[in-house]
Structures are given as structure tokens and as C-alpha cells.
Ligand binder design. Sequence first.
Ligand SMILES: NC(=O)c1ccc[n+]([C@@H]2O[C@H](COP(=O)([O-])OP(=O)(O)OC[C@H]3O[C@@H](n4cnc5c(N)ncnc54)[C@H](O)[C@@H]3O)[C@@H](O)[C@H]2O)c1
Length: 277
Amino acid sequence: MGRLDGKVAIITGGASGIGAGTAQRFVEEGAKVLITDLDADKGVALAAELGDAAAFLQTDVSQEDQVAAMIAEATDRWGRLDCLYNNAGFGGALGPISATTLDDYDLTMDVLLKSVFLGMKHAAPVMTAQGSGSIISTASVAGIRVGFAPHLYSVAKCAVIHLTKTVALELGEHNIRVNAICPGFIATPLAAGRPDADESQIQQLRESGAASQVMGRVGEPRDIANMALFLASDDSEWITGREFVVDGGFEAGPPWSRWPRFARMERPIRHHRPPGR
Ligand SMILES: NC(=O)c1ccc[n+]([C@@H]2O[C@H](COP(=O)([O-])OP(=O)(O)OC[C@H]3O[C@@H](n4cnc5c(N)ncnc54)[C@H](O)[C@@H]3O)[C@@H](O)[C@H]2O)c1
């Protein structure tokens, strides 16, 4: 028996990286999944690979009419909506604050934050009528602590966490859970800095990134998919209004091996012990 048997999910940004890994995981666990993305080539191919349990709809999550159509597609096709995973994203504006244009600002916030607001707005009535649902959004460790990502990306992800909490307070009485996932460094095209990154470029990323990781490897889409699976399943039925860090320890600090001063301290420290102990 699958952990998502009988459930219907939408995954935005589902054609690549974390979204694609989650679509695959959800289908393995018995869900019907509507994959949505700007990238139709990858989305259609993935839906075909996953079979009858998956379908694809090209959607720009920053456009309200397209988000509304995405929710309607899932309910028209499968009659309900148990999980909306707001996951689509990109790196957003780069560079110094003085060089960031208003257009850069608008696009970054539209794709990373307005999209999540729109998803919640249009999923809420369907889930309220149903009396159940789980809304998940991909934030980031960059939304918890600064210094991991550019200004606007960090701010947008921080706002996703806050929006998650405030909407959770509203929708809880309808048995709708609202949670966010904060990934660390995950081997995807986004982390490689190019949406068209191929497998060899992602592999280079794994190799160059491993040393900075507490667990000795960077994350994989499946690491995030497993948390999304938990949050979409009934196993998390009393969990709402939280951000879940899935980062292999990254946000806690650098690996011990990167602190040579501490790592060299092999001598046991005896002189603070009281006499006789
Ligand atoms: N990879 C990481 O290290 C990392 C870390 C923390 C958070 N995240 C977040 O995880 C999420 C998924 O990213 P990923 O790493 O899997 O990257 P990815 O590039 O592999 O996937 C992102 C997908 O989102 C789609 N997308 C972008 N703009 C869109 C739009 N306007 N409408 C619909 N689809 C759109 C892209 O086409 C792409 O398929 C993002 O929200 C990202 O910010 C990633």
C-alpha cells in the first residue's frame, strides 16, 4: 500500500530537479500528480515516463489566471486536490543592491513569492470545501539565515516561510495543513546556475560541493521529496505552520573538518576536573 494512495497532488516546477524528484516519489507512493512548469518539453517527457498517474500542464506560476487553471485542471481530471506543492523557482536577481532594477525585483518576487501566494489563494477554496488538504512550499535555508544566496532570493524565501505560518493559522480549522521545506544545497540545474545544466555539470557540482557539507555529500532531489512525501501524507496530520530544514546539517555551520584548530585538539582536557575524579 502506498503512503499517498487515493491522493491527488499538484507539483509546480515539477519538470526538473526537486519537483521532478518529488513527482516521481509521489507516483511511487500511489498519488495522481499534475506536474506543472514553464518548461513543456521536460514536463511532457516526465509525465509520459511516469504513466497514467501523471499529467502535465504548462503553467507560469506568476500569472493568476494560469494558477487558477492549474488548480481547475487537477480537480476536473481527478475530482479532488489533496496536496499543492508550490515548488517552482529560480535564482532571481544577482548583483549589488545599487545595480538591481525594479524589473529584477518584480520578476524575482513574482516567481518566488507571488506564485506561492497565488497557489495558496486558489487551492484554499477547493481544500476548504473538501475539508482537508496539505499545502507545501519550497523555501530555503537562505530564508532562515542570510549569506547563502542573493538579496532578493533570501528575502522572498523568508517571506514564503512567514506566509506559510500565517496562512496555516487561517486554514487549520478546515483541516488544511500549510508547511514549508527549507532545502540546503541540492544537486539540480538551479544550484548549477543554469536551467539547461546536463548530468555531467550536475555531477561536477556534487564533486565540488561535497567538502562543504557536514554529511560529506550535497543533497539530492529525493532528500527533499522524502520530506514532501511526509508532509503530503497522513503521517503529518497534526503538523502545520512549520518550516522543515532538510540540509544535511548545512545551516548549523561548517563541517568539523573545516575547523582545523578544533580538529587538531586531540589531547583530553584534564585540568578542569575536580581532584579525585
Ligand atoms: N537546488 C537548491 O540547492 C535549492 C536550495 C534551496 C531551495 N531551492 C528551491 O527549490 C525549488 C526547486 O528548485 P530546483 O533546485 O529543483 O531547480 P530546477 O531549476 O531544477 O527546477 C525549477 C523548476 O521551476 C521552473 N520554473 C521557473 N520559473 C517558473 C515559473 N514562473 N512558472 C513555472 N515554473 C517555473 C523551471 O522551469 C524548473 O523546471 C525552487 O523554489 C528553489 O528556489 C533549491
